[in-house]
Each structure stands twice: as structure tokens, then as C-alpha cells.
Write a protein that binds this ligand. Structure first.
Ligand code: ADP
Ligand code: MG
Length: 396
């Protein structure tokens, strides 16, 4: 990674204003999956060891530009305090005199959490006054929130231009993993893409068609491709705007070395329900009133074999409605094949990461990207505002 990290700048004894990604699921007022909080611990601990006062900012959920009691960061502060085994003070604002007073009371090693950054309508506007007020809180700025780096907000891009800045360790890890994957993937390079919509992932599919040996398609997205090939797909969720896109990608696939692979069989159900009647059919024989909710066993076996023998695998998007047991087997087969693969394995995407956690194989992956939309934009080749705002390392 070309960007400076906390190791490259003078942090000792400084007030460190740190953007983290604590956008975690909340359940009954408590933190559900705390992976994102854990991911920030190395940076927080490093800064504390260097005698920093650590001031954390994060967004959580999608508040409507105003405070929302259900999205306050108090449960996050509680969980963070448990993980660090120290008290973590939480203030109820993002900036202003109250926050400045709280920062003034901090001792070296203390950790303070500011309120949900998106309660302030100026955050998303990258407002100059908010940037100035945030910058007053720190001597240095650290961005450890790769997953928010595709947004040009005050806490992600704005402050980086004002304070001496660097990337945190989670940001560094995410960028290094994706850069390695894009620069020199081990061969054969197999990409598995599924999930809801082909239109979300067009550019990613397009890029991988130029790079990979195989792109395997599953999930609801596969029906746009099957429809583009003239199949009816019954009552499956076909994204109509995606059909033209899929046709173009099929056309491109015919001209490149990379093989674009579609499901050969599918698990269909007579309703979108856990207790629906199900059957396995070939993709060209989906009955009119039935919907495809998972790849079939023949497809799952073929995909698993390709994945298990890959030099490198990138996976984004579940193969079916894995949230319901009868339609989870295709996703499970890919997850387990990734776990068994001796090559480099990278998984990204909110639901795909939930799937590897559910099947208990997350620790068998070389990299589990918390990045979601940011990872996909990075792969598409976009410049992420939160990343480009950070200074480059000095030439050696
Ligand atoms: P990710 O978050 O990993 O990028 P997406 O958000 O694109 O993945 O898609 C995940 C969603 O797609 C899941 O909620 C899953 O239930 C749904 N899905 C996958 N296959 C199907 C299908 N055949 N029909 C309907 N929904 C599907
Ligand atoms: Mg998703």
C-alpha cells in the first residue's frame, strides 16, 4: 500500500482522532456481531501503547440526518470497553464545546467515543465548519474505516486534508489484500459472484472477465443471465433491468479467455418460505409457478470443485437464499470449498461474510473483507475519497 500508516507518522503522546467502522448490527439495545469492533482493536491498542489519547468516530446505520435514539453508539461503547478492558467514555455529540471539554479531560491511553457521525447533517456534506471543529479535537487523524472510504464525508475525507494523517491497520489490511488480488492473483484465479442484483455488480464482473480464469455465477443474479439466454426462469426473481446487462456480459465473455459459468440446475420452491415444497430441476425446466432459490447440487458440486482447486478465489454474494435452511446448501458448498482451498481465499460483501460466519469457516479464509460497497468500488478501479485523501509514504 502506498499510503502512510500509523507506523509512518509521529503519533507518540498525540491526541489521535480516529475514524473507525463501528456500523454493527444492534439487537435489543446490544451489539450483535462485533467483528467490526474487533477489527479496529489493533489500531486502537497501538495508539494507546504510544501514549495517545484516542478519540473515535463512526457512523451506525442510516439515521435521517438527525439524532435517532435507536442508533446511538452507547451499546458500541459498552462492547468496546469490554474488549479493551478499560472504561470507554461516550459523548452525545460529534463536535462542539461539550466534546472539546471531554477531550481536554483525557489522559494518555484514554479512549473516547463520539456520537454517530450521521446524526449531523453536515457529515455527508463534508461541511467545512464541521471539518474544522473535528480537526480541533486531534493532533493527528487516522482512518481505519475502509468500508466507509467510498464516501467523501467530513469524518472520512474532510479531516484527512487538515490534520497530519495516516491509515490504520485494518484499512492497510483491506487495501493490501485487494491490491494483491488485483495485481497478481495466483492461478487459476476463480471468482464466485452471486447475490441479489447483477446491476450492482456489472463493473466487477466486467473487470474479472479480463483477469480471471473462471467467473462462476449464482444467486438471484444468475436468472438475469439465464433470461438473457432465452430461458423462462418461472417465478424466479429476475431483475428486468439486469437482463440487457447480462446479455452484454455474455457477449463479452465469448470474446475473452475467461469462462463465464452459469448454473446448470437449480433448487426451486412453490413459495418464498422456509416450509415451501421444493424440487431440483435443470435450469431450462423451471415450472411456471416455481421460483429458483438456490443453485442445484450438480452446480454446487461443480462450483465447489473449481473453488477447491483454485490458486486464488474471490467470492462475493450468496448462491441462494441461505438465510432459509432449504436454500442454504449452495452457499454452504462454496463456503466449505473455500475453507478447503489451499490457495488464497478472499471473501467480501455483507451477506457473504454473514454466510461464512454462519457456516463457521471465517477463520479459514485468508481475508474476510469488511468492505462491502467500498471493496466492490475498489475492484472496479474507482479512487476511494477516504483513501486518496491520505498522504503517500515518503519515497525510501
Ligand atoms: P452481498 O451482501 O454479499 O454483496 P447481496 O446483498 O448482493 O450480497 O445479496 C444477498 C441477498 O441475495 C441475500 O439476502 C439472499 O437471500 C439473496 N438471494 C440470493 N439468491 C437468491 C435467489 N435465488 N432469490 C432471491 N434472493 C436471493
Ligand atoms: Mg448485501
Amino acid at each position: 500500500m502506498a499510503k502512510k500508516t500509523v507506523r509512518d507518522i509521529d503519533v507518540a503522546g498525540k491526541r489521535a482522532l480516529v475514524r473507525v467502522d463501528f456500523n454493527v448490527p444492534l439487537k435489543d439495545g446490544r451489539v450483535g456481531d462485533d467483528s467490526r469492533i474487533r477489527a479496529a482493536l489493533p489500531t486502537i491498542s497501538y495508539l494507546r501503547e504510544q501514549g495517545c489519547r484516542v478519540i473515535l468516530m463512526s457512523h451506525l446505520g442510516r439515521p435521517k440526518d438527525a439524532p435517532d435514539p435507536a442508533l446511538m453508539l452507547d451499546p458500541v461503547a459498552m462492547r468496546l470497553a469490554q474488549l479493551l478492558s478499560i472504561p470507554v467514555r461516550k459523548v452525545s455529540e460529534l463536535s462542539g464545546p461539550g466534546v472539546e471539554a471531554a477531550v481536554a479531560e483525557m489522559e494518555p491511553g484514554d479512549v473516547l467515543l463520539l456520537e454517530n457521525s450521521r446524526f449531523d447533517p453536515r457529515e455527508k456534506k463534508n461541511d467545512a465548519v464541521l471539518v474544522r471543529d473535528l480537526a480541533r479535537l486531534g493532533d493527528i487523524y487516522v482512518n481505519d474505516a475502509f468500508s466507509a472510504a467510498h464516501r467523501a464525508h467530513a469524518s472520512t475525507a474532510g479531516v484527512a486534508k487538515v490534520l497530519p494523517s495516516a491509515a490504520g491497520f485494518q484499512m492497510e489490511k483491506e487495501i493490501n489484500a485487494l491490491e494483491a488480488l488485483l495485481a497478481q492473483p495466483k492461478r487459476p484465479f476463480v471468482v464466485v459472484l452471486g447475490g441479489a442484483k447483477v446491476t450492482d455488480k456489472i463493473k466487477v464482473i466486467d473487470r474479472f472477465l479480463d483477469m480471471a480464469e473462471q467467473v462462476l455465477i449464482g444467486g438471484a443474479m444468475s436468472f438475469a443471465f439465464l433470461r438473457a439466454q432465452g430461458l423462462s426462469c418461472g417465478a424466479s426473481k429476475v431483475e428486468e433491468e439486469g437482463v440487457g446487462v447480462a446479455a452484454d456480459l455474455l457477449k463479452k465473455a465469448a470474446t475473452v479467455v475467461c469462462e463465464l459459468v452459469l448454473p446448470s440446475d437449480v433448487v426451486v420452491a412453490d413459495s418464498f418460505a422456509e416450509d415451501a415444497a421444493t424440487q431440483v430441476v435443470e435450469v431450462d425446466a423451471i415450472p411456471d409457478d416455481w421460483m429458483g432459490l438456490d443453485i442445484g447440487p450438480e452446480t454446487a458440486g461443480a462450483y465447489a470443485a473449481a473453488v477447491a482447486s483454485a490458486g486464488e478465489v474471490f467470492w462475493n454474494g450468496p448462491m441462494g437464499v441461505f438465510e432459509m435452511a432449504p436454500f442454504a446448501e449452495g452457499t454452504r458448498a462454496v463456503a466449505e470449498a473455500m475453507a478447503a482451498c489451499p490457495g488464497v481465499t478472499v471473501v467480501g460483501g455483507g451477506d457473504s461474510v454473514a454466510a461464512v460466519n454462519k457456516f463457521g469457516v471465517a477463520d479459514k479464509m485468508d481475508h474476510v473483507s469488511m468492505g462491502g460497497g467500498a471493496s466492490l468500488e475498489f475492484i472496479e478501479g474507482a479512487q476511494l475519497p477516504g483513501v486518496i485523501a491520505l498522504p503517500d509514504k515518503e519515497p525510501v
